[in-house]
Design a protein around this ligand. Structure first.
Ligand SMILES: Cc1cc2nc3c(=O)[nH]c(=O)nc-3n(C[C@H](O)[C@H](O)[C@H](O)COP(=O)(O)OP(=O)(O)OC[C@H]3O[C@@H](n4cnc5c(N)ncnc54)[C@H](O)[C@@H]3O)c2cc1C
Length: 783
């Protein structure tokens, strides 16, 4: 009895301490706050600025453990306007027709008429409002233009993409003085000025803020007048459009040793617009980005003097360059490269759906082999996922979001998806994908893969450092408030955030267990029916699991988690696939839940669920605190993981849809450029596919006739005539087979190029004997 009373008193005391805020604030919160202050990672200025840039959007829901799917499904993105649609169907279509990627590669640049057309039609002014002479397009239209162009010419896509991404126009729009806007924007809109943006240098790549490009505030002479200005010295490399630029956007660190502007010497990263014809500037040489022929090169400046007016936003923006860059990257990364990756992936789906039907080996279209079905499923499934994520993200930007974490996810995972898709496509096209020339359809996309992966924040860094590192602080419902309260030493705010956080962890733990034990049955969102509901339920349970594992990783590793990049990379994978899974369902929903899209939607969701499962399991396997990992496992996977990757049967459905369902193949790839039938690449392949499909019933009848012994297969030269004579085929059927075979034979050819293209003719045919492997020449040595 006494013991019971003692236990009761202890329990009551603990409850009073924990549940009565004034008591707990006095007794335990200060100790926790001090401990957390020691454990929290130290944050540099550049990191803090990056964290403050942009907004939290659907990523916040994914971190919550119980995403509100209604919010996502009811989110209406602004559709393309009639003007934007007309631009895609008009000038973009026309530009695509003007560029032949192979010729562009041989010439090392777009043809002069394409450059003229780009300028006249304001391709460089898509993000510039109409009042400044630009096109004033939405993010969705901007991304759609890049998607279409990249399906035809990566060089054209990159050339158009760069002036419409982070660079002079974007920076002027947000930070320029009115005078700067009025002067530069109309010139940029019609490419009277060709911009480039120079941030990267030999010493500062991923760590761009460590730039050694310097400016020193001083007096000097500019255009005959003595003015207060900056003497600049820089070395920049990899700068797109640098070789032809007429307006350099330059990032440098500005110093004021003589205190001409104030009382600080190091003023911080500053951005300026520099004309390239000033004394001391050297440009014009080129880098060769893996043979993809857009213009890219270094820029050097030695003691270049410009007035302070050159600073974007004028004197008021001195030292604010990093904030300006981060704020604009927060949205920009979600537009251009995801557009390029989607264009390349849709092209691969379109090409491979046709090629695997037209190309036969072992007397069958190669698409009939299970081994080929597998990569085809990946190509089709990933294209569907990417297409959904592209429009969802651009739609969010158009709705006023600057979703920094989502944009970083899109940048890294869309370019990785492009790598997966293009590699699979190359494997299926084999020799025809490798042999370059006008007929080759994949070589440029293949060359562009590492470029997308490297630029705008290289993927390894983005995955392992940025996505979860920023997401955990920005999107988590409590972490940021806790950090701010610790920094301000605000005990009441800290107490509220910390104990809210404890409740959040407990709620997620119970939710995980409940969902796992009931097969997520009760997580089905209301108002959603069909297979999408089941997938959303599973994504809900994985969102709770992700939130719980994130908290456990942060709690057990504290500030160390920042250096545990392999763990934070896996957490980034989980968050990214939660987003990509959401985007997949959203696409299916917005497209009106078409029955024919079901295999694609299912494949995308199952792929996402498997990736999230594996990412979380990877964290648990490698979490240094083993008891915590075991406990987490019991809550998250009490009955094991969610069921593995998309099944073979589902993959087969996706592959069959790409191969056999003409409408579906076209719908999946509706954002690309389709050239006319006389085009040597896709045009010819599409025409051949039509003929092969038209001849398929007759070919089937012929095969059946041979199998039934009505006619002999040999001699092949007279097979069709004999088939008509014996009534196996009619004349029309034989004609369709002849046409199909002719088109097939044409479509599977690869280019044979003039040896002069390599600058010299090959040496005479080698002496075969001297090329034999040694073992063949001297068998005794082979042992
Ligand atoms: C074709 C092309 C066009 C470009 N256009 C422009 C342009 O117009 N303007 C411009 O300013 N720049 C441009 N860039 C530069 C581009 O942004 C950089 O290449 C990129 O930031 C990476 O820098 P780096 O190549 O020096 O790689 P590094 O910084 O040397 O990185 C090497 C590797 O280390 C990884 N890494 C680095 N730090 C970390 C970390 N803390 N944790 C984990 N991994 C890490 C990176 O992810 C990368 O995989 C372009 C580059 C190319 C190739």
């Amino acid at each position: 009895m006494t013991l019971l009373l003692v236990i009761l008193i202890i329990v009551l005391t603990v409850l009073v301490v924990l549940l009565v805020p004034p008591v707990r604030r006095r007794l335990i919160t200060p100790t926790i706050m001090r401990a957390l202050a020691r454990a929290l990672p130290r944050m540099g200025d550049t990191e803090r600025i990056a964290l403050e840039a942009g907004t939290v959007w659907w990523d916040g829901e994914l971190f919550s453990g119980k995403p509100d799917w209604k919010k996502l499904l009811e989110f209406e993105r602004k559709p393309l306007s009639a003007r934007e649609r007309a631009f895609l169907d008009g000038p973009v279509e026309e530009l695509c027709g003007m560029v032949e990627e192979w010729k562009v590669e041989r010439d090392g640049d777009l043809p002069p008429e394409a450059w003229r057309f780009i300028k006249e039609n304001k391709f460089f002014g898509m993000i510039i409002p109409e009042e400044y002479g630009g096109l004033g397009f939405s993010a969705l239209a901007n991304s759609a233009v890049v998607t279409k162009l990249s399906s035809r010419s990566i060089a054209a896509a990159v050339t158009v993409m760069v002036p419409n991404s982070l660079g002079p126009a974007e920076l002027l729009l947000h930070y320029g003085t009115e005078e700067q806007k009025r002067h530069f924007l109309p010139r940029l809109a019609v490419a009277q000025d060709i911009p480039c943006f120079a941030l990267t240098g030999p010493e500062a790549g991923s760590d761009a803020a460590s730039t050694k490009s310097r400016g020193v505030v001083c007096r000097g002479t500019y255009q005959g007048r003595e003015v207060l200005g900056m003497r600049l010295n820089w070395r920049k490399r990899y700068i797109t459009l640098a070789p032809v630029t007429t307006l350099i956007g330059l990032a440098f660190r500005l110093y004021d040793p003589d205190r001409l502007l104030g009382d600080r010497e190091d003023l911080g990263i500053t951005l300026a617009l520099i004309p390239p014809d000033l004394p001391g500037i050297e440009i014009g040489r080129r880098h060769d980005p893996l043979g993809v022929p857009f213009l890219n090169g270094p820029i050097y400046g030695k003691d270049v003097f410009v007035p302070l007016d050159a600073i974007i936003g004028g004197k008021a923006r001195v030292g604010q360059g990093w904030q300006m860059l981060m704020a604009n990257l927060a949205a920009g990364r979600g537009i251009s490269l995801p557009g390029l990756a989607t264009g390349a992936s849709q092209l691969c789906s379109r090409v491979l759906g046709a090629y695997a039907t037209v190309r036969e080996q072992f007397d069958l279209p190669i698409g009939r082999f299970e081994g080929i079905e597998e990569p085809l499923a990946t190509i089709g499934g990933m294209t569907y996922v990417l297409s959904g994520a592209r429009v969802l993200t651009a739609g969010a930007v158009d709705a006023g979001e600057k979703p920094a974490v989502v944009s970083a996810i899109m940048k890294a995972y869309s370019t990785e998806a492009m790598r997966t898709v293009v590699n699979a496509a190359m494997d299926v096209q084999a020799g025809a994908g490798i042999s370059k020339g006008p007929r080759n359809l994949l070589a440029q996309a293949y060359g562009a893969v590492p470029i997308g992966i490297t630029v705008e924040g290289a993927n390894i860094l983005t995955r392992t450092l940025i996505i979860f590192g920023q997401g955990a602080i920005r999107c988590h419902p409590y972490v940021r408030s806790e950090m701010e309260a610790v920094a301000k030493k605000d005990l009441v705010a800290f107490d509220r955030a910390f104990f809210g956080h404890v409740g959040f962890i407990a709620g997620n733990a119970l939710r995980c267990l409940g969902h796992a034990l009931t097969g997520s049955r009760f997580a089905r969102p209301r108002g959603v029916d069909g297979p999408a509901a089941g997938y959303l339920a599973r994504l809900t349970s994985l969102s709770a699991a992700f939130a719980l594992v994130s908290d456990a990783a942060m709690a057990t590793l504290g500030g160390q988690l920042k250096r545990r990049e392999k763990l934070s990379g896996r957490l980034a994978d989980a968050l990214a696939w939660l987003y990509l899974g959401s985007a997949t369902v959203k696409k299916f929903w917005d497209d009106g839940k078409p029955e024919a899209d079901l295999p694609f939607m299912k494949w995308g969701c199952e792929k996402a669920i498997d990736e999230i499962d594996r990412a979380l399991a990877g964290v648990l396997e490698n979490l240094p605190n083993r008891p915590a990992a075991v406990l987490l496992g019991a809550f998250i996977f009490p009955l094991g993981m969610n069921g593995g990757p998309p099944s073979d049967a589902l993959g087969a459905q996706v592959a069959r849809a790409l191969l056999d369902d003409r409408e579906e193949r076209i719908r999946l790839t509706r954002d690309i450029y389709v050239p006319p039938p006389d085009d040597p690449g896709l045009g010819r392949l599409e025409a051949a596919l039509d003929k092969v499909m038209a001849g398929a019933p007759a070919a089937q009848a012929l095969k059946a006739g041979i199998k039934a012994g009505k006619i002999a297969r040999e001699p092949e030269a007279t097979l069709l005539e004999r088939a008509v004579e014996t009534g196996v085929l009619d004349e029309a059927g034989a004609k369709r087979i002849r046409e199909a075979e002719k088109a097939r034979d044409d479509a599977i050819q690869v280019d044979e190029l003039d040896p002069a293209l390599w600058g010299r003719r090959p040496v005479a045919a080698p002496n075969v004997e001297s090329y034999r492997p040694e073992s063949a020449v001297n068998p005794s040595r082979a042992r």
